[in-house]
Design a protein around this ligand. Structure first.
Ligand SMILES: C[S@@+](CC[C@H](N)C(=O)[O-])C[C@H]1O[C@@H](n2cnc3c(N)ncnc32)[C@H](O)[C@@H]1O
Length: 258
């Protein structure tokens, strides 16, 4: 009997991320299908990259380069680490796994290594072992989520990390503000925007992803970028909360709103 392992079939998000779109994937895939063929793929709010990995996993991405970006520099550095040094990251994670305890978690949380691959492994380790498994920084940009009491956290999923590294082979990863997508997206490309949601109520704020907030000014700028891109023939999909403010921003009849 031969056992076939298909690495391309497995890449899945390797970080749990606030606002991750795992549960919305079937709906998002429907929109991607409706957009028809496209050139290159852009995700300017990549976060955990749920849609990117699903498109890779199901062979829906063209061979052309994908552009993945986010304004969280630690996040992008972690992706770049997996892209360029996955085997070393796996070794470092195995070491973290062997020493995992509450004291060890706080020791690792308290210091940022100088080596970029060690920093990437540190973020993956903290993401898998912190409370709620989410990335959270204080105002000084320091990771500040407390220890999570998991029995057996998946600190090192080597198969998935290797599949992620393969999936990222043709991706360009950059830390940048979303509006820069205008410089790179060409006619026929597809852009998926997944910004921090506009809060549905004054108390429900989902916008504190990192040290920079995403207020109404950012939402207005985003709507302008969306309009500019679609005006010049770039295909674009965007998710947001269905507040009155957001509906006003996208009231143009050309846009299909669900
Ligand atoms: C809703 S999350 C994206 C979740 C992602 N789709 C997933 O599946 O995990 C929004 C992301 O936008 C990023 N972000 C916030 N403000 C930004 C900005 N001005 N430019 C680029 N990215 C930004 C955050 O760091 C966060 O990762």
């Amino acid at each position: 009997m031969s056992v076939r392992t298909n690495r391309m079939a497995t890449p899945r998000p390797f970080l749990k991320w606030v606002g991750g779109k795992g549960q919305l994937l079937p709906k998002l895939i429907e929109r991607v299908e409706a957009a028809g063929e496209f050139g290159r793929y852009h995700e300017p709010f990549v976060g955990g990259g749920a849609l990117f990995f699903e498109l890779q996993r199901t062979n829906r991405l063209p061979r052309a380069r994908s552009y993945l970006s986010d304004n969280n520099d630690r996040l992008i550095e972690t992706y770049q680490g997996v892209q360029s040094g996955v085997e070393r990251i796996i070794k470092l994670l195995e070491r973290h796994k062997a020493r995992h305890s509450e004291d060890y978690f706080y020791e690792i949380r308290s210091k940022v290594p100088r080596d970029p691959l060690a920093r990437a492994a540190r973020i993956i380790f903290l993401n898998k072992t912190c409370y709620n498994g989410l990335y959270r920084e204080n105002r000084k940009g320091q990771f500040n989520a407390p220890f999570g009491r998991y029995k057996n956290p998946a600190i090192c999923d080597a198969d998935n990390l290797r599949a992620v590294a393969v999936a990222l082979t043709h991706a360009k990863l950059e830390c940048r503000h979303f509006f820069e997508v205008s410089k790179h997206a060409k006619v026929g490309d597809l852009v998926y925007f997944d910004p921090p949601y506009h809060p549905v109520s004054k108390t429900a704020s989902f916008t504190s992803y990192d040290k920079s907030g995403f207020g109404e000014d950012s939402q207005i700028l985003l709507a302008k970028v969306f309009e500019e891109l679609t005006d010049r023939g770039v295909k674009a999909i965007l998710s947001n909360s269905m507040t009155g403010f957001v509906q006003q921003l996208y009231r143009d009849r050309r846009f299909k709103i669900d």
